[in-house]
Design a protein around this ligand. Structure first.
Ligand code: 0O1
Length: 378
């Protein structure tokens, strides 16, 4: 195993490739992130229904925090006074924070976006707030974030090309302002976000302009916003050749296990998605046999565990009958066990991909993984 000790600065290393797929590690002062990596979402300073230690034990190296939620509650300055997000939630590994723009547009009822930022009312208490590129970076700094995202404008698809272009150009201007506001913070990184919707020329223009800013990593944004998977994959293929191979690529908001396989195959290194945690709270289990809806009556007397071969107690030690009972009874333990199972499955899938890439058998691994999903009951 190559030495993956934390380093004083932010460093990315590709250890092996298999086609476009890569495996390696990002080393930072707070720890090492093995790639390809799935980053559990911890919106309100908690990965919902999980202890931070459990998240670490199931294999996650990094979690997401949310600028939008945390600036509203408990507040960025208050979080800094309390010692920062890592101390607050007892997560000592790296944290990546989104910039908040996407959440404003999806969560806040009243909001106005202009060339200088976004004005919005809190979905919690209706108070008015203003987020500029500079304020987003300042908040992420106050939270103690290790990887900070630029403020951007993400357009839902389908959308007219003019709207997509306008948002892409605004995001580029905001990338420059965020880079200036971020300055030089050794051991930390600010990532740009490629926009451009489903318009290849705009995607290429966005990627090239961001690469000229010489950032530490590049996210592909503006996807998983309603477009078919084929369009998402086509945009990754369009953008990938224009991103530097020696820097991490982060596909935002993605995705299902199948999305992860197909995106890693096309050169993506990092992912985040609320799917495994949100699905777990709704009684859905992701397993190597496919998705299982534990609300379904067919599980009422099924004494098998979700996956007897899993190292995760939630998958191995509890019967489907019991999980069905907990879900039907709306018991808190049902949410806890299925969230634990789902995150463990996602991390096992990423670990499997990393090993397969190292051994030059990624496509075989992907095919075998998909074949396993077919075996789930109809
Ligand atoms: N800055 C920025 N963020 C984006 C996000 C948020 C990523 N998770 C942030 C975490 C920080 C805290 C919360 C999340 C996205 N999420 C999605 N799709 C989610 C699709 C989805 C929706 C519901 C369930 C599953 C998937 N597309 C995204 C595009 C962008 C983007 O361009 N810019």
């Amino acid at each position: 195993m190559t030495d993956h000790h934390p380093t004083p600065d932010f460093r990315f290393r590709v250890d092996a490739t298999d086609g476009q797929a890569r495996t390696g590690a990002i080393t930072m002062p707070r720890g090492v992130v093995r790639t390809p990596a799935f980053m559990p979402v911890g919106t309100a300073a908690t990965v919902k229904a999980m202890y931070a230690d459990q998240v670490r034990e199931l294999g996650a190296d990094i979690v997401l925090g949310n600028t939008y939620h945390l600036m509203l509650r408990p507040g960025a300055e208050r979080m800094a006074r309390l010692g920062g997000l890592h101390h607050f939630m007892r997560w000592d590994g790296p944290i990546l924070t989104d910039s908040g723009g996407f959440q404003v547009m999806s969560l806040s009822a009243l909001r106005k976006l202009d060339a200088d930022g976004v004005t919005f009312r809190s979905h919690i208490d209706g108070t008015a707030h203003r987020m500029s590129p500079e304020r987003s970076i300042e908040i992420q700094g106050l939270l103690g974030s290790d990887i900070q995202m630029q403020l951007d404008e993400c357009v839902r698809l389908p959308a007219p090309p003019e709207a997509i272009e306008k948002a892409m150009r605004l995001s580029l201007r905001w990338a420059e302002r965020c880079r200036t506001a971020f300055g030089e913070q050794p051991g930390k990184a600010m990532f740009g976000i490629v926009q451009g919707g489903d318009v290849p020329d705009l995607r290429v223009a966005s990627a090239r302009a961001l690469v000229d800013l010489d950032l530490k990593g590049y996210a592909i944004g503006g996807l998983a916003v309603g477009e078919p998977q084929a369009v998402m994959l086509a945009m990754i293929e369009t953008v990938e050749p224009h991103l530097p191979a020696h820097k991490p690529r982060y596909l935002m908001g993605v995705g299902t296990p199948d999305d992860l396989l197909r995106s890693v195959e096309r050169g993506v290194d990092m992912f985040d998605c609320v799917m495994p945690t949100r699905a777990g709270r709704h009684g859905l289990a992701y397993t190597r046999h496919g998705r299982i809806n534990l609300r379904n009556a067919r599980h009422a007397e099924d004494t098998r565990p979700l996956d007897e071969a899993s190292a995760c107690p939630a998958a191995r030690d509890y019967s489907r009958a019991y999980l069905h009972h907990l879900v039907r009874s709306d018991e808190i333990l049902g949410m806890m066990l299925l969230t634990w199972n789902n995150l463990a499955y996602y991390q096992d899938l990423m670990a499997g991909m990393r090993a397969a890439i190292r051994e030059g058998r990624f496509l075989t691994f992907a095919a075998e993984t998909r074949a396993g999903w077919e075996r789930a009951e109809a």
